[in-house]
Design a protein. Structure first.
Length: 135
């Protein structure tokens, strides 16, 4: 069972990741744990998938150009404010470039967590459940 049924669209994950191998691995893990996953390999694909799919969870890779991942996170938060009141759990995934500056940028844009690669899948699942259980 992925998440609480009280969390809107908590079984849907949008994965914005440019790396095909990483995205496939993470998608497979999440699907095996009961989530439905859609992927965007750039900001335009991710925003289109977000609009069509309405996920409750958004995983954003910092390998998207900096303005793109920040813009994507801000776009999700803006959508929540303008179009609906549903809350989304947003997690930034980074590959080895974790810094306090990156963490500040991510949280200022609206992300809840920053996790590093290689991803500890069980720890990520725990973080998702912690955030989605709040609602």
């Amino acid at each position: 069972m992925p998440v609480s049924s009280h969390f809107p669209n908590g079984d849907k994950v949008l994965l914005a990741d440019v790396d095909e191998t990483d995205a496939l691995s993470l998608s497979s893990f999440l699907e095996l744990n009961g989530f439905t996953v859609r992927r965007g390999s750039d900001i335009d694909e991710a925003l289109a998938a977000f609009s069509d799919f309405s996920p409750g969870i958004v995983l954003v890779d910092s390998n998207l150009p900096a303005k793109s991942w920040i813009e994507l996170i801000k776009s999700v938060r803006s959508y929540e404010e303008q179009k609906d009141s549903d809350y989304r759990c947003i997690i930034l995934v980074t590959s080895g470039r974790y810094t306090s500056d990156l963490h500040q940028k991510a949280t200022k844009a609206g992300a809840h967590e920053v996790v590093g690669k290689p991803i500890d899948y069980q720890a990520l699942l725990k973080k998702i459940r912690e955030h989605t259980a709040l609602y």
